[in-house]
Design a protein around this ligand. Structure first.
Ligand SMILES: Cc1cc2nc3c(=O)[nH]c(=O)nc-3n(C[C@H](O)[C@H](O)[C@H](O)COP(=O)(O)O)c2cc1C
Length: 215
């Protein structure tokens, strides 16, 4: 494939194995030319690199935003809570560390969820971090409400020091105390201090992408 060189001063394009000794337009020497095709990745300027990339057709604005959100990486967690003698839990991907020292996390919970009601009443929640074999937990806690069923029935669980139920068959668990909440329309963002943690298994955590791919 024939090489293409661009004068970095005036933009003149030269085809050939080597750049011209002198630019016929602006007169600078060969050292001022850059290889643009085939692209020399190591030497190409950022502009030349991006010009050489394939152009991806952009969908309408709303679709682009949704597709962009879809590519944020998440883990999958079972968020548990207890209040007034009732235990419940739900699947959530929106759980993330705010700071590690002190340990603070945030979760985004739909206001209609039974778990939301229990977290607001108790100011506490548990986080069970799913392993890559936790698909049944994600389904069992994510596709039905604890208002209708006892989601813990038949599952191995233990109670944490704060009183919330935690799953046995997960990588790690955490317990947290709510320190603030942000109204986000359909959801509440709960900010919380992590008050306890335990390691139960070695292994890689389940990601939302892994869950979708293994459904
Ligand atoms: C993979 C997956 C991720 C989910 N992530 C969230 C989330 O981040 N926040 C949320 O409020 N609901 C999330 N849900 C939905 C809840 O888990 C679901 O509405 C659940 O039935 C609520 O249960 P509850 O009414 O017993 O609290 C998710 C569900 C699935 C399957």
């Amino acid at each position: 494939m024939e090489k293409q060189w661009r004068c970095t001063v005036c933009g003149y394009i030269h085809n050939g194995e080597n750049p011209p000794e002198i630019c016929p337009i602006c007169g600078v020497d060969a050292s001022m030319f850059e290889l643009i095709s085939p692209v020399d990745e190591a030497k190409a300027s950022p502009e030349a690199k991006s010009a050489a990339k394939p152009v991806i057709a952009q969908p309408d604005k709303e679709t682009a935003i949704r597709q962009a959100l879809y590519r944020i990486s998440y883990g999958l967690y079972i968020i548990t809570a207890q209040a007034e003698g009732r235990d419940n839990g739900q699947c959530a991907n929106t759980c993330f560390q705010i700071t590690s020292d002190p340990a603070k996390v945030a979760i985004g919970i739909n206001k209609k969820n039974f778990t939301h009601e229990l977290i607001q009443k108790s100011g506490k929640f548990g986080v069970s971090v799913l392993s890559q074999t936790g698909q049944d937990y994600a389904r069992g806690f994510g596709y039905r409400s604890g208002r209708d069923v006892n989601k813990f029935e038949g599952l191995a669980v233990h109670r944490g020091e704060s009183g919330v139920l935690l799953l046995d068959d997960v990588l790690v668990t955490m317990e947290a105390t709510v320190t603030g909440q942000l109204d986000s329309g359909t959801h509440t963002l709960f900010l919380a201090d992590v008050t306890a943690g335990e390691i139960l298994q070695e292994g890689d955590p389940m990601t939302y992408a892994f869950f979708r791919a293994s459904k």
